[in-house]
Design a protein. Structure first.
Length: 220
């Protein structure tokens, strides 16, 4: 797969509309407050943004609620401090329904086919919701994460987006041009909750539980 500079792709798309009198509306899937931070700084310059928070992959539900509430708080603070009007919609939490198509890949490695299916679900939810509510664009904050391959995420989006022809997908690489460094600054500035794993039960198993097991072994 030839590498594409998706940061430049995003700038090229913005050039098409940045001088319009009215900002286009963007339905933005967001996974957590830290990933929303710099992403919102960037996209709110050019879009009227609504965060679509679904994330039924997150496990356990207690963790889902912590991240959900942190996103809600952060957006409120972000709007006040930056004179923005970002809105948030919360879709129902349905962990078992979400995981039904992923269970056969329980032993897949992080970043493999299971993760691609998860990316596709998030992207499709944003596209579907945006399409149903008359938005011009949809996207995801996932490309801000240093643990995730932006090339893969955007390629997955290319496969999903044609299913929703009345809305455009906004291709991105939010971690570029100091984006990831800015996330670290904003986490401190807003004192944001920092999760210890991606979110799904498999990353919970492979990081939190595994690390706890190692600590227990060290204590014996």
């Amino acid at each position: 797969m030839d590498k594409i500079n998706y940061y430049n792709v995003s700038l090229e798309e913005i050039e098409k509309f940045k001088n319009l009198d009215k900002k286009p509306r963007l339905a933005l899937h967001a996974c957590c407050a830290p990933c929303s931070s710099h992403t919102l700084e960037f996209v709110t310059q050019f879009f009227d943004v609504t965060i679509v928070y679904e994330n039924s992959n997150i496990y356990p539900e207690k963790e889902f609620l912590i991240r959900r509430n942190e996103v809600e708080w952060f957006v409120g603070e972000f709007n006040k401090r930056n004179n923005r009007n970002v809105k948030v919609v919360f879709l129902p939490y349905d962990h078992e329904g979400y995981m039904a198509s992923l269970r056969h890949l329980a032993n897949d490695k992080e970043g493999g086919e299971r993760c691609k299916l998860c990316y596709a679900k998030h992207i499709e939810d944003a596209l579907k919701w945006g399409s149903e509510h008359g938005f011009e664009y949809a996207s995801t904050t996932l490309t801000i994460s240093r643990q995730k391959n932006s090339q893969v995420i955007n390629e997955v989006a290319k496969e999903v987006a044609p299913k929703y022809p009345n809305i455009k997908y906004f291709y991105s690489d939010f971690k570029k041009k100091g984006g990831q460094e800015r996330v670290q600054q904003l986490k401190k500035e807003y004192n944001l909750y920092q999760q210890k794993y991606c979110g799904c039960e498999y990353s919970y198993r492979d990081t939190v539980l595994q690390n706890n097991g190692q600590k227990e072994d060290q204590n014996h």
